[in-house]
Design a protein around this ligand. Structure first.
Ligand code: PLP
Length: 489
């Protein structure tokens, strides 16, 4: 649970109130001045949604330079950010030819495979030459190459399930699989902070959706008991099936799922467990096998294991791993398998190669080193941020660490000031987070060196002071000692 400091809550509400009032004021005049334009659309309903459109026009556009910054290199520890400018108060941004070399604290390149890798890159290039960039076909037509079948075997073996199916996109994996697994008469119980792909998949399924308090097994149990007692709406018949959906590491909070407790509740009430490991597979666990390995949960107790290849493996796509019958059923029925073009063979080869490195099957210990490094880097960075007085969300071992900003004025201030000092950070706000809970989301990579992290900490600390986001300041003497310690290390 995020508790906003009282004064911060007050100033944040006030700032949004001001932006809202000012936006309404501007809209009022726009209607008068643009009367002839709106008149052209007489008789039509507005094409844009009311609040989202207002939010985009009057709040987002003011700070849109902080989002979607174009990059002109691989998302390694350092990357090239393309400079942009605007001649119309940020409404439109134009790219320049200038590039700034920045420390990358925003990509999900957890193990560093997204940059050129001595083992993966040559193999991905070979695959590109042999198979081309696209299969130009769905899996059931001509889109299943030898690389695709190898990928599915490799993933199943890696995550510890009998079989797996791969898709071209992680988002689609959730949003297309849930409607195949469950429908009317079924019940999905979803963590309140699950990713949008899960929310949309659940909505598209037609099943009844109930939400439990984020990462709270006792509340999950309460919801399960109530729902089982209630049964289906109106008829009160028993649910056809119940699926509980959770994430391994929550992408906006950096929190690790309380999987052992959740699994035991699900077992008690005979509900299936669907685990989205987008941010945990490859990133945590002794051999990178995700939260099951980290928390000592038997993979046999997780019925549907979902994950993406876009983070730790430096590729694209997603997978579902489960029993042979489940995967076969998905292959016969899932529209994203039947009708969508299959994952690019070069991307598939990148994943296979990355898994081989992680498991040491490339004949080196680079995988183990990467795993040790991401853990050390994440824990070091998190503890230093906390010592500095930032409000940092998430758990130890998680490479995601959101720093709370809250106030809308602090979003661009933090992002722009960091960029000025060649540190690129990702800031996240509504609709990805609740309106009042804007944050900067730091993603740590195994490819960051200790010097990179120290530079980042120095910049973030300075900017944090400037912007006023050290909500829990340490005593000045202690802070000074800590700075000296960082330097000494
Ligand atoms: C928990 C979770 N699931 C699914 C996805 C979608 O994955 P992709 O970006 O690979 O499409 C994301 C994206 O970050 C995510 O955080």
């Amino acid at each position: 649970m995020i508790k906003i400091p009282y004064l911060t809550a007050l100033t944040t509400h006030f700032s949004y109130g001001l932006l809202f009032a000012f936006g309404q004021f501007r809209d009022f005049f726009r209607k008068i001045f643009d009367w002839w334009r709106t008149n052209n659309l007489q008789g039509y309903a507005p094409i844009c949604l009311d609040f989202e459109d207002f939010y985009t026009r009057r709040l987002y556009l003011r700070i849109q330079d902080c989002f979607g910054r174009p990059i002109s290199s691989a998302p390694d520890a350092w990357f090239d950010v393309v400079e942009r400018y605007s001649n119309d108060n940020n409404k439109t941004l134009k790219r320049t030819e200038k590039r700034t070399r920045c420390l990358n604290l925003g990509s999900y390149n957890y193990l560093g495979f997204a940059a050129s890798d001595e083992y993966c890159t040559p193999r991905a290039i070979d695959s590109l030459k042999r198979f081309s960039a696209s299969t130009c076909s769905s899996r059931v037509d001509g889109g299943t190459t030898t690389v695709h079948t190898e990928l599915e075997e490799c993933v199943a073996n890696y995550v510890g399930k009998p079989a797996a199916i791969a898709f071209g996109m992680g988002y689609v994996t959730n949003s297309a699989i849930l409607p195949v697994l469950i429908g009317k008469g079924g019940l999905i119980i979803s963590d309140s902070l699950n990713h949008n792909s899960i929310v949309n998949g659940a909505r598209g399924s037609g099943a009844t959706i109930r939400v439990f308090q984020h990462n709270t097994p006792s509340h999950l149990e309460k919801v399960l008991r109530e729902q089982i007692a209630e049964g289906q709406p109106r008829t009160h018949r028993p649910w056809k099936k119940i699926i509980v959906v959770v994430e391994g590491i929550y992408s906006m909070e950096g929190e690790i799922c309380r999987l052992p407790e959740i699994v035991s509740v699900c077992k008690k009430y005979k509900a299936y467990v669907y685990l989205d490991e987008a941010h945990s597979i490859g990133a945590v666990g002794k051999t990178g096998r995700g939260v099951c390995e980290l928390l000592g949960v038997d993979t046999a107790d997780v019925d549907i294991m979902m994950g993406t290849f876009t983070k730790s493996f430096g590729s694209c796509g997603g997978y579902i791993a489960g029993s042979k019958e489940l995967i076969q059923y998905l292959k016969y029925t899932c529209p994203a398998h039947l009708y969508a073009t299959s994952i690019s063979p070069a991307a598939a080869q990148q994943i296979i190669s990355a898994i081989k490195v992680i498991l040491g099957e490339d004949g080196s210990s680079r995988g183990a080193q990467k795993l040790a490094r991401i853990r050390e880097n994440s824990n070091f960075f998190r503890s230093e941020l906390q010592k500095m007085g930032f409000e940092v969300l998430g758990d130890n071992d998680s490479p995601i660490m959101p720093i709370m900003l809250y106030n809308p004025a602090k979003i661009p201030a933090f992002s722009r000031e960091c960029l000025k000092q060649n540190v690129a950070v990702v800031t996240v706000t509504f609709p990805a987070t609740p309106l009042l809970l804007a944050r900067a989301r730091i993603c740590i990579s195994a490819s960051h060196t200790r010097e990179d992290l120290i530079k980042a900490l120095e910049v973030i600390s300075q900017v944090g002071d400037l912007v006023g986001i050290k909500y829990f300041p340490a005593e000045p003497k202690k802070q000074q000692q800590e700075k000296e310690m960082i330097k000494l290390e």
